[in-house]
Design a binder for this molecule. Structure first.
Ligand SMILES: NC(=O)c1ccc[n+]([C@@H]2O[C@H](COP(=O)([O-])OP(=O)(O)OC[C@H]3O[C@@H](n4cnc5c(N)ncnc54)[C@H](OP(=O)(O)O)[C@@H]3O)[C@@H](O)[C@H]2O)c1
Length: 305
């Protein structure tokens, strides 16, 4: 397990708004860490075993706010946070709002401005891990917003566990990490689904493809840090594989998928990026250069330090 149990001097009353799967996991982590906990959920009756474990169940949001010094929201999205907290219920003097729901970076910035406008100390956060990781060393949670607000809550949110931490003053930065990683996850999941469909169309059973598919997934672990270095340096050595070679392979892939009537959306986008680089004379560069031509207008982006 994660954190040491707080002493009575460091235990902080926490209120948790939202008892979906993630909210319940957070509630358990706060209780495990010894913080007095008040919970509230829009739909009553979702407290499970939390009240037996000592959580106070608030009848309304105002009562929940009254019960905590750190108010943690874990709701579906930013619209839900607005629906629950705008206008702010109760007295927020001496309290901090930490929002851990998902959304868009611009929505996080907008909520931070809203909080400022109401004199509420605000910290945004993004949970990058699934519920079983919460409260363990493997939980990854990022926070962004005013550094002094993070300092106020860091010992409390330590209960959530794991790696991550403060990523900067821009309140949208934590959620920006989340959407970038969701981009990788969503396109990888779609790629896996598309590969099984293509293999199936060629008469290859899922079980035959699976061991090779798992090997491809493993390649990303090595590529991510190597690409990061190359993008920061603006140098793309092509000694392992080149964009021109990838463009040719993508032609084979698009041709085969088209022959089976499969959707070509993601592949067409990948091929467009590779073709743009070949046309611009960068065919001998390594694959990391593909990250520089992902804009819809085809403009090549500069160095990403
Ligand atoms: N589950 C995960 O593994 C995971 C991982 C990373 C991040 N997250 C993020 O954590 C957040 C919570 O996720 P979740 O898994 O707990 O389930 P969820 O289905 O995304 O959210 C459920 C919670 O949101 C509340 N809610 C939704 N709309 C509302 C509204 N208009 N007003 C008030 N409350 C509203 C629900 O209340 P009711 O019960 O009344 O409907 C419930 O408390 C999401 O932003 C999700 O993306 C989840």
């Amino acid at each position: 397990m994660t954190t040491s149990t707080p002493t009575s001097a460091t235990a902080t009353p926490v209120s948790l708004l939202g008892l979906g799967p993630m909210g319940r996991a957070l509630a358990t982590a706060f209780l495990d860490a010894g913080h007095p906990l008040t919970v509230w959920n829009r739909t009553p009756g979702r407290t499970g075993t939390l009240s037996r474990r000592g959580a106070a169940v608030a009848d309304g949001v105002e009562e929940a706010v009254r019960g905590g010094r750190v108010i943690v929201a874990c709701l579906r999205d930013y619209a839900a946070v607005r629906a629950v907290l705008d206008p702010p219920p109760g007295d927020w003097t001496g309290r901090v709002l930490v929002n851990l729901g998902s959304g868009e970076p611009a929505q996080a910035r907008s909520l931070a401005r809203w909080a400022d406008g109401h004199g509420i100390r605000y910290l945004d956060g993004a949970i990058l891990s699934p519920t079983p990781a919460i409260g363990t060393p493997s939980a990854a949670v990022l926070y962004s917003g005013k550094a002094e607000v993070y300092e106020v809550v860091r010992n409390v949110v330590a209960a959530i566990g794991g790696t991550g931490g403060y990523v900067g003053a821009d309140p949208g930065r934590a959620v920006a990490h989340e959407v970038a990683l969701l981009d990788l996850f969503a396109t990888s999941v779609n790629g896996l689904a598309h590969a099984f469909a293509l293999a199936g169309a060629e008469g290859i059973a899922p079980g035959e493809l699976a061991p090779y598919a798992a090997g491809i997934g493993g390649l990303l672990t090595e590529m991510a840090p190597r690409w990061a270095e190359q993008l920061a340096a603006g140098r793309f050595p092509g000694e392992r594989s080149t964009v021109a070679s990838a463009a040719t392979a993508l032609s084979h892939l698009v041709g085969t998928a088209a022959g089976h009537g499969l959707d070509l959306g993601a592949l067409a986008s990948a091929k467009r990026a590779a073709d743009r680089l070949v046309t611009a004379g960068h065919g001998d560069d390594g694959l990391a250069r593909l990250a520089t031509v992902q804009h819809a207008d085809g403009a090549e982006q500069g160095r990403q330090a």
